[in-house]
Design a protein around this ligand. Structure first.
Ligand code: CA
Length: 226
């Protein structure tokens, strides 16, 4: 399996190349956006690890070009982002990234994500999610239930998207707070309860089949229960 790492920070790039080589991958390293793009197009890689902040051309621009180019349209891209910002994640997803890792990360986690992406093959993270009659078009940020359009604020959308991506999984308030609001664990997670209430008013209240469920003392889960 061949991996292209695009990382401008010399230490980080060398560390990634060494570690991934030791993990059994064949690794090439590019240190600027334009070099990364050129390498990716010139050579067939199974996966690209792409830093967001790069000289010459940032990771966003690189992934946009990769998706426009036939040879690299389907190549899985794992972004390395410096901050855990939901807007960054949505942007990356819209532009065609497949996964993200926030710096600093554990190397074992990077390898695990890479292996998951390689197993999954060239299918990108779902751009459309369906739970019962709820449909989420991630790229267009369009939500419908039973074919009826539901208008959500950006935060409501981010919250619903998170719950839907991990449907069936109970998400704690602190996890939701950190993913959607970029707040730390000590923050007042009451904001999560308020947001879930608003989201429910739009997504569930008018329907007999409820999709957002509360698990007392644990958090929230989105699932279609019979
Ligand atoms: Ca960088």
């Amino acid at each position: 399996m061949r991996i292209l790492v695009v990382e401008d920070e010399p230490k980080a790039g060398d560390y990634l190349r060494k570690g991934l080589t030791e993990s059994g991958f064949v690794v090439d390293l590019a240190r600027t956006g334009p070099d990364g793009l050129q390498c990716a197009i010139a050579d067939a890689y199974d996966l690209i690890v792409l830093d967001v902040m790069l000289p010459g051309m940032d990771g966003w621009q690189v992934v946009q070009e990769l998706r426009k180019t036939q040879q690299t349209q389907q190549t899985p891209v794992l972004f390395l982002t410096a901050r855990d910002d939901v807007q960054d994640r949505i942007k990356g997803l819209e532009l065609g990234a497949d996964d993200y890792l926030v710096k600093p990360f554990a190397f074992a986690e990077l390898v695990a994500r890479i292996r998951t992406l390689l197993r999954r093959g060239p299918i990108r993270e779902s751009e459309r999610l369906e739970i019962a009659d709820l449909e989420i078009d991630v790229l267009k940020r369009r939500v419908t239930r039973g074919g009826v359009r539901i208008d959500l604020t950006p935060k409501e959308f981010a919250l619903l998207h998170l719950l839907a991506k991990r449907q069936g999984e109970v998400l704690s308030r602190s996890l939701i707070a950190s993913q959607v609001w970029d707040m730390n664990f000590d923050s007042d997670t009451n904001v999560v309860d308020v947001a879930v209430r608003r989201l429910r008013a739009k997504v569930d209240d008018a329907y007999s089949r409820k999709l957002i469920h509360t698990l007392r003392g644990m958090g929230y889960v989105l699932e279609a229960r019979e």
